[in-house]
Design a protein around this ligand. Sequence first.
Ligand code: DX5
Length: 223
Amino acid sequence: MQHLRVEIEPSILSADFARLGEAAKEAEAAGVSGIQIDVMDGRFVPNINFGPGVVAALRPLVNITLDVHLMIIEPERYLETFAKAGADRIIVHQEASIHLHRALESINELGVEAGVTLNPGTSPTAIEEVLELADMVQVMGVNPGFGGQKFIHNQLEKIRYIKKMLDEQGIDIPIALDGGLDMTTAPLVVEAGATVLVAGSSVYNTKDSVANNVRALLQSIGS
Ligand code: DX5
């Protein structure tokens, strides 16, 4: 079954940190199926925020997918902690784990969906050997660490390449694009093959409501 339905997945990195619970509920009320929680350690990326406590605090508030994006070195140290905190999917960076294959196996063993993601400078061939262990592949549209950055257009070709690798391996899992998405870039990434659009500032950093921003993004891709 092809993944043709496109999902908007708000990234709470761009929400008001003083009202993360409300931001998660607003996303759920807007009809999205999940939110992305960006975990940063100040080492893998030059920013620090969100830990397992935030996942645990949000878990009882919403029924949507809590998608935990680990922008930390050696993510394998914290997989069980985030799974226990309530993560439904844990996304690790190919660049952050010496034993990526084992890290993805560990996530699977925890009964949590496994995502693998790549920085803009990383070739898609770097994940060719682990696609069978993943439930989602995430392409970074920006250099990780901050919201509100400009979309890096050459990542469109990476989406196409990953789609081709998945098709060749007979693997039917969604490709997410994370970062730099707005009503101009969203159609481009969907055309390239992404079906999960992780958006922060275009959902949370405008004068309009989360619901209207999600609707505007969906309309921009004809959904
Ligand atoms: C960046 C994060 C992205 C970011 C997206 O490190 O992984 O999820 O929050 O924010 P926008 O949509 O503002 O680029």
